[in-house]
Design a protein around this ligand. Structure first.
Ligand SMILES: Cc1cc2nc3c(=O)[nH]c(=O)nc-3n(C[C@H](O)[C@H](O)[C@H](O)COP(=O)(O)OP(=O)(O)OC[C@H]3O[C@@H](n4cnc5c(N)ncnc54)[C@H](O)[C@@H]3O)c2cc1C
Length: 406
């Protein structure tokens, strides 16, 4: 029998994240939407809290800490069931994003780069980088979706890698203490030569060129970074420096299996926030949402609400599945992309439809609905756009390579 209840341990952790979202994030949500690029000082309290919790070994409070492939996972015995770091991070990302996704992306020490480190670092590297705040720098001026087109280079010079290139749209790129940078160790060898490197903020040759002004998630800093003869220690490369043409791109791409369900969770959190607000507005307007009457016999707004709620539920279940598979060492690239595609699409659909159904009130800044409409769009873009997720799903379902289906 399938039990879809969350275990007690995870419920407690999700509940704690929800309290943070309700008591810390929601009250300052509009303030940092209006004050773009202002540092949310309130989050410093959270950094201390997160530190305390991980020191005591209790739990991860929030965000993108992700999980290691061998983190609390069982052996390959299929009868054993584990809920580990991925599931915990997913639920916490969902709850905190319900509060404010821009602030969630700004929580110190919980960057997407942390999930990448957790996924592929050696034990020694995890010891060194376990407590950093890492952002993730893949995108360059010449490409976004095609991650194999990296032009940033990394050349070994004695005991150091020397990096050169420009990275754009780096979330938390100004505030993070470290940046996980994708660079090629030999451009003539194609995608197999792309590796990820942990670049400390104070590495010589690293600078922030500027910050982007954006449609939404204004609390989150999005930076353009320059790497000009940037020197980092030799052992800051994640994974092996060897180029294995037969393994291709698999090493760095593996990080997406952990991060895509997390971004799905962010979209699901924002979706739930919008649905809750809409339910209140419809109820106040005297529109009943009934679960006993067929939708086509109800008020049109109630029928629309039920449709969106069903989308929300399916996005939620797909994301849980992807995280559960990662925790249980099952290959989840297909499910990670499915969950990201469904949740990203649902997030933009539900938030904008909620603005529409709420009428002028939905468009006004008196509520956060219009903000969620703006915030949700990015969740269908970064970590792979809607179209790219669909392409990956199609390739996997049809058994096609990236060369056969572009
Ligand atoms: C606020 C924000 C934060 C970001 N944070 C980060 C970050 O932390 N780190 C990082 O590395 N990057 C980050 N990005 C970059 C983001 O990942 C890219 O914007 C994204 O991958 C899309 O790339 P692109 O913008 O170059 O669009 P393009 O790749 O040029 O795509 C343009 C359009 O074409 C579609 N398209 C592209 N290829 C195909 C295809 N083969 N088939 C069908 N349709 C296709 C896309 O879906 C899209 O709709 C961020 C971006 C933003 C806006």
């Amino acid at each position: 029998m399938i039990n879809l209840e969350l275990p007690k341990k995870l419920r407690a952790s999700a509940n704690q994240a929800h309290q943070v979202a309700a008591q810390i994030f929601r009250p300052i949500s509009r303030k940092y939407d209006l004050g773009e690029h202002e540092y949310p000082v309130e989050l410093d309290t959270m950094a201390a809290m997160v530190d305390g919790l991980s020191d005591s070994g209790t739990q991860k409070i929030s965000g993108a800490s992700g999980g290691r492939a061998d983190d609390e996972a069982p052996s390959t015995d299929v009868l054993v069931n584990a809920n580990g770091g991925n599931m915990s991070a997913l639920l916490n990302a969902l709850e905190t994003s319900w509060g404010d996704v821009g602030l969630m992306l700004s929580i110190p020490y919980q960057g997407l780069g942390n999930a990448a480190i957790a996924a592929v670092a050696t034990d020694e590297q995890l010891e060194r980088f376990g407590k950093v705040w890492a952002s993730m720098a893949i995108t360059e001026p010449s490409f976004g979706s095609d991650s194999a087109a990296v032009t940033t280079t990394a050349v070994l010079d004695g005991d150091e890698w020397v990096l050169n290139g420009e990275k754009i749209f780096v979330t938390a790129g100004q505030r993070s203490t470290h940046i996980v940078v994708w660079a090629s160790v030999d451009r003539s060898l194609g995608r197999a030569a792309i590796k990820s490197f942990v670049v400390p903020r104070d590495a010589p040759g690293l600078s922030v060129a500027r910050l982007e002004h954006k449609l939404g998630i204004k609390a989150s800093d999005t930076a353009v970074l320059l790497l000009q003869d940037c020197r980092i220690p030799k052992d800051n490369i994640l994974g092996s420096p060897e180029v294995h043409a037969e393994k291709g791109f698999a090493g760095v791409m593996q990080t997406f299996d952990n991060t895509r369900p997390l971004v799905a969770a962010m979209a699901i959190g924002v979706t739930r926030a919008a649905l809750e607000e809409l339910r209140t507005i419809l109820t106040d307007a005297g529109i009943e949402i009934s679960y006993d009457t067929p939708p086509n016999n109800q008020h049109a707004a109630a029928a629309e609400f039920l449709r969106m709620e069903a989308d929300y539920e399916s996005a939620y279940l797909l994301a849980l599945r992807a995280a559960w598979m990662a925790d249980n060492k099952k290959p989840n690239s297909l499910e990670a992309s499915m969950s990201k595609a469904k949740a990203g699409r649902t997030g933009t659909d539900v938030t904008l439809k909620s603005v529409e159904l709420a009428g002028a009130l939905g468009y006004s800044q008196r509520l956060l609905l219009e903000k969620w409409g703006r915030d949700s769009k990015i969740l269908d873009i970064f970590e792979g756009t809607q179209q790219i997720q669909q392409l990956i799903v199609a390739r996997r379902v049809l058994g096609k390579t990236s060369a056969e289906l572009k």
